[in-house]
Ligand binder design. Structure first.
Ligand SMILES: *[C@@H]1O[C@H](CO)[C@@H](O)[C@H](O)[C@H]1NC(C)=O
Ligand SMILES: *[C@@H]1O[C@H](CO)[C@@H](O)[C@H](O)[C@H]1NC(C)=O
Length: 509
């Protein structure tokens, strides 16, 4: 996707100057910075990515079990989540790591098929219920707040067979499952995330196969995810809020789209509206519904393409009302910034119809941002701009950073690049907070290395390294674990802090 011609070189240079500037600012600002009182720190994982035990104790098949088994070697290195980090058996060690780091909270997800093997609430799997009860109780024993994601990529395969997220009934299947989880765990769980990363669920998740019907299936999925979320929120309000008094929201992945030049401001805005406005606008804007640019563009293109109506499904007025305001906070996962532009070279670039053809922008990562060990780029000003835009455009909602982190293909526990990433992103977040962004918590992805979907085990995000070859899945703290631990202990960001890895990490010292 990297297409740099002479004309864009100048713009690139301007961008590089901007980066140099922001780096300089970061370096000048070497005073330790305090986090606000009451600010919470945690770390996150998800069920399929760490639990393993894919067919143990009555758990049924999810779409990820299915796809990794049905097509051998579909992923790099033939990886599957069959065993993953073995957390189904090692959850006590996981809680010990949370104590070593001094986490305020831990965000994990419940596997739908471990709780409801048929996909429906006709039968609750006792062993699955016990597993999550044990995990939650172990955390509470040490004052670590459980924060629970209900859906993190692992739809029951049985529901996929009848259309999954493209079937309008899925909003009832999901909200019925949500009710079971509120009933089982809501006495102790006060933070709920309905659905993790709807954009990736609908557009990127090849376990659903929606990629083959882009421009149709992804939009059906988007609508149904939003209605499912709205129904789960309504169920919590009507049946549980009075007795359980918790917080319920959704987790959106939101990248920053930086215009390549002044003539690309509209292209960058379009990218933001398609990529995350698609989900944030229906919930957090004053009007609700999909962003206008999506409604207009997709309607126009559908007409040109000979469709009798827009490929973007409509919300009924009742559905608009159900979804609008259906969140106690805005959960954001942030990883990347992309340079964005639109010019004639876009004609014929994307298959038509498709989501990318509708969005109609080109994005890329400049070579200078890249490094050899990682797909991550260290662009903290993109994070700052994203947080500022959300504050300005969506009424400064209470915001939870539900994921942020650095992936690496490199082995070992001396992860200086990850430490620098955390330093600069926490610093950028503090800049946004100091200008008024209502950010309440920060979550490092991830507590430990895990199954990273399409890249399997090659891509590592862990504060703890997991040993997959010894057969014991030992967790070893990386330098970044020492760094994060110091932030949590001091409640201060000190970019000059150098962890001393010769001292064993443990709760006491
Ligand atoms: C859609 O088509 C109408 C009528 O041709 C035009 O005015 C409008 O600008 C188009 N909108 C988009 C987003 O392409
Ligand atoms: C995993 O454990 C084995 C056996 O103890 C050891 O030889 C190996 O170096 C470890 N690998 C990592 C990545 O720590």
């Amino acid at each position: 996707m990297l297409t740099i011609d002479i004309g864009t070189m100048r713009n690139l240079l301007l961008i590089l100057c901007a980066i140099a500037l922001s780096t300089a600012e970061l370096q000048e600002d070497t005073q330790p910075r305090k986090f606000p009182d009451g600010f919470l720190f945690g770390s996150a994982t998800s069920a399929y990515q760490i639990e393993g035990a894919w067919n143990v104790d009555g758990k049924s098949e999810s779409i990820w079990d299915h796809i990794t088994h049905r097509i051998p070697c579909v992923l790099s290195n033939c990886d599957t989540g069959d065993v993953a980090a073995n957390s189904y058996y090692l959850y006590k060690r996981d809680v010990e790591m949370m104590r070593e780091l001094g986490l305020d909270f831990y965000r994990f997800s419940i596997s739908w098929t471990r709780i409801l093997p048929t996909g429906f609430p006709d039968k609750i799997n006792e062993a699955g219920k016990n597993y999550y009860n044990n995990l939650i109780d172990e955390m509470l024993k040490y004052n670590i707040t459980p924060m629970v994601t209900l859906y993190h990529g692992d739809l029951p395969q049985k529901l996929q067979q009848i259309g999954g997220w493209t079937n309008p009934e899925v909003s009832n299947w999901f909200s019925d499952y949500a009710r079971v989880a509120f009933e089982l765990f809501g006495d102790r769980v006060k933070y709920w995330f309905t659905i993790n990363e709807p954009k990736e669920t609908c557009n990127q998740d090849f376990a659903t196969g929606f990629k083959d019907l882009s421009g149709i299936a992804d939009y059906l999925c988007a609508k149904h995810v939003l209605v499912a979320h709205g129904k789960a929120y309504e169920i919590y309000n009507n049946e549980f809020r009075a007795s359980q008094n918790g917080n319920v929201g959704i987790v959106l992945s939101a990248m920053w789209y930086e215009p390549e030049s002044d003539k690309d401001i509209e292209a960058a805005e379009d990218a933001a509206m398609f990529e995350w406005g698609q989900f944030i606008h229906p919930i957090f804007s004053e009007t609700g519904d999909f962003p206008n640019i999506m409604k207009e563009r997709i309607a126009n293109r559908s007409a040109e393409q000979g469709f009798p109506s827009s490929r973007l499904p409509k919300f009924s007025p009742e559905e608009v009302a159900l979804v609008k305001g259906s969140a106690d906070f805005c959960g954001l996962n942030h990883y990347y910034t992309f340079i964005t532009y639109r010019n004639e070279s876009i004609n014929g670039l994307y298959e038509s119809p498709s989501y990318h053809d509708d969005m109609n922008v080109i994005t890329y990562t400049p070579n200078d941002w890249k490094n050899t060990e990682s797909a991550s780029t260290n662009v903290p000003w993109g994070f700052y701009k994203l947080l500022t835009k959300i504050r300005n455009d969506y009424g400064n909602p209470p915001t939870y950073i539900t994921e942020n982190g650095f992936d690496s293909m490199a082995d070992g526990i001396v992860d200086d690049n990850r430490v620098s990433y955390y330093k600069s992103y926490l610093n950028a977040m503090l800049d946004a907070i100091s200008e008024g962004s209502d950010i309440r918590l920060y979550t490092a992805w991830s507590l430990m290395d895990n199954f990273e979907w399409g890249t399997g085990y090659k891509s590592k995000y862990g504060l703890y390294e997991v040993n997959y070859t010894s057969g014991k899945f030992e967790r070893v703290p990386r330098k970044s674990a020492y760094f994060y631990r110091n932030v949590l202990k001091t409640r201060v960001l000190d970019i000059n802090f150098e962890p001393d890895m010769s001292v064993p990490i443990c709760e006491e010292n």
